[in-house]
Design a binder for this molecule. Structure first.
Ligand SMILES: [Zn+2]
Length: 313
């Protein structure tokens, strides 16, 4: 395995370790695969967490048979013990219990810490369904939004050391194959990889923290989550630049250059500013140390310098 694929593979390793209890006692048959690699994550059978163990899987009733690795199969395992009863399937007079699966937690998120602990965020209805399960009993479930949970775990130090890698799942959704195909770990707040069943996108959380720090220092704390305050920046990020509105906006900011310097570069990140900053501000005191982390001596030379964030649009 190359160094790069080893780094990438860590997300699968974390998920595999965090879900050992979910596979224990679950019924599924493993076999020796005849294909070169997992049909889902595409890693070769010697690279996956349970080498040369495959599970047969069909998408839907008419789907072709595929061979997936145990890690990619795990979100498809129904778990009575770890989650609990999802619903009963009624056909005629028979009621069959259907148990919850990670891969069917629509509107739910997950964070796997560097110690491979899985935290789940669920909408209230799902939370009520699964609170008696083992994950619920271990205090791993919450009704917070996934971003709020991520930032609160960060503020508690639960994601330290960041260089060991954590996994952020924004939404498990329904398309577990899409989620598992590109599961990407995060090693730095400059590049937080947001995994979902629509694919993976990156967010510069570090720039958001610097922006929050600036707002705090400039007495603009209360404006952080306000869409009205950020409007000229949001409009520009969407390609509708309004110079007059922007000048007015600058006049409201005590030190505009410093604030502009801190903003993330990516327009998509800028569109998230009110949402993400609204959350960050609630935890700001505990997050400030992440704004200017002391570099690890061994990493200091390898880390590329941060991109300049001063560009206006
Ligand atoms: Zn796989």
């Amino acid at each position: 395995m190359t160094g790069a694929s080893k780094l990438h593979s860590l997300a699968y390793q974390r998920l595999f370790e965090a879900t050992a209890s979910l596979r224990k006692g679950a019924f599924f048959e493993t076999l020796t695969p005849e294909t070169p690699s997992c049909a889902c994550c595409d890693r070769s059978w010697c690279e996956v967490e349970a080498p040369f163990q495959a599970v047969r899987y069909h998408y839907g009733k008419n789907g072709e048979t595929e061979y997936v690795c145990l890690t990619c199969y795990t979100p498809r395992i129904p778990s009575e013990e770890m989650l609990g009863l999802e619903r009963f399937n009624v056909t005629g007079k028979t009621r069959t219990p259907i148990y919850g699966k990670l891969g069917m937690l629509v509107g739910s998120g997950g964070i796997i810490t560097p110690r491979s602990e899985l935290y789940l965020t669920l909408p209230p209805k799902l939370f009520e369904k699964y609170r008696e399960g083992e994950f619920g009993q271990q205090g791993r479930l919450s009704t917070q939004k996934s971003l709020v949970r991520l930032i609160s775990l960060l503020s508690q130090g639960a994601l330290d050391p960041l260089v060991d890698g954590f996994v952020y799942i924004e939404n498990w959704g329904r398309k577990v194959d899409v989620l598992m195909r590109q599961l990407t770990p995060t090693y730095s707040l400059h590049e937080v990889w947001c995994n979902s069943d629509r694919g993976v996108r990156v967010m510069n959380l570090h720039a958001m923290l610097l922006t929050a720090e600036q707002l705090h220092q400039q007495g603009l704390h209360k404006k952080a989550g306000s869409i009205v305050f950020w409007k000229p920046i949001l409009d520009a990020a969407e390609g509708h630049r309004d110079d007059k509105a922007f000048e007015k906006w600058l006049a409201k900011v005590p030190e505009p250059a410093a604030l502009m310097q801190s903003l993330p570069l990516d327009p998509y990140d800028r569109l998230q500013l009110p949402t993400v900053l609204g959350v960050i501000m609630d935890f700001l005191d505990d997050l400030l140390p992440y704004c200017h982390p002391k570099p690890f001596p061994a990493l200091a030379q390898q880390t590329p310098s941060a991109p300049q964030q001063g560009a206006l649009f």
